[in-house]
Design a protein around this ligand. Sequence first.
Ligand code: COA
Ligand code: ZN
Length: 334
Amino acid sequence: MNTGMNKNPVWFGAGRRIHLQEVGTRDGLQAECAFVPTEDKIALVNELSATGLSKIEVTSFTSPTAIPALRDAEIVMREIARRPGVVYSALVPNMRGAERAIEARTDELNLVMSASETHNLANLRMTRAQSFDALSQVARLAQDQGVAVNVSLSCSFGCPMEGDVSESAVLGWAQRFVDLGVHGITLCDTTGMAYPGQVAALTRATRLRWPHTELTLHFHNTRGMGLANVLAGIDAGADRFDASLGGIGGCPYAPGATGNVCTEEIVHALQLMDYDTGVDLARLIAASQRLPGLIGHDMPSQITKAGRRLDLHPVPADFNTIRARALARDTVTH
Ligand code: COA
Ligand code: ZN
């Protein structure tokens, strides 16, 4: 009998594999005022490598004037301990960045441009057409060198300066990169403007059009819709999500930007829903608890504060007295 109900609704994962890709050391740290010492970045990436994450965006090979917090990209990328099975990627804005990233043995270049003309100019100082031309050359260089290429389209769900960005604009830019033979496309909600219905529509359209291109969804939790958007994406066929440890992050060139969806919160929620993230949550939380010491302030993560759902608390110190008094009331009444 067809009840009209989805046989595998979003809240019952039935063991479906969902890949989590950590972006805290790039999207997170790029926005921090404090410079996290290079050896601490390396130690953090090494800790993250051991948690079962599929991919780690280690750093960005951007101009050190634009993103001073990540000016040590080469050393970090070279000195991390590579764990087989984990893809180590880095954000790359231009040819200079690509050469540096390839030289430092980056597994995957994450090229970036915006689906919004205004944000592209603000962030990358180029029109979208100029960015595309430059990135086409970068993609060719990477392909010649046998390095994988992913393209992140910022503001795919809206631009903080222009407003809505049309689905046809997003799909049109994605098509141009797919035609270049890139391995993956990331649709980024740079400033938390995405909402579930929109996420479902864009995810379905993308999966349908390019079933063999790796699709990643990248949400910021700016308006509290992060987890809802992840679930809407999963229901519409997505199985890869960027997330940041502690929920830190945000684009320094996007007004009002705040952190990504928080990795440990997404893992915690998806595990309860019977999805297979492959991530050791206890280890992830332990890594996250080191963050405030590195960045010098609190972070959005709720799970590191509240604990997991069944991390129970001790009963009050006077619990036995409370119980004895309560039971004594029964004796008096009967
Ligand atoms: N790595 C290292 N240095 C770089 C570089 C790179 N990838 N790209 C540019 N530079 C240097 C140039 O060598 C030049 O240095 P100089 O002044 O000592 O000669 C300087 O930066 C300016 O170069 P130019 O090509 O004029 O770039 P720009 O000033 O127009 O900056 C970007 C363009 C995109 C490279 C720069 O703004 C940038 O890196 N932005 C980061 C964007 C970002 O990561 N945003 C957040 C993530 S979405
Ligand atoms: Zn982002």
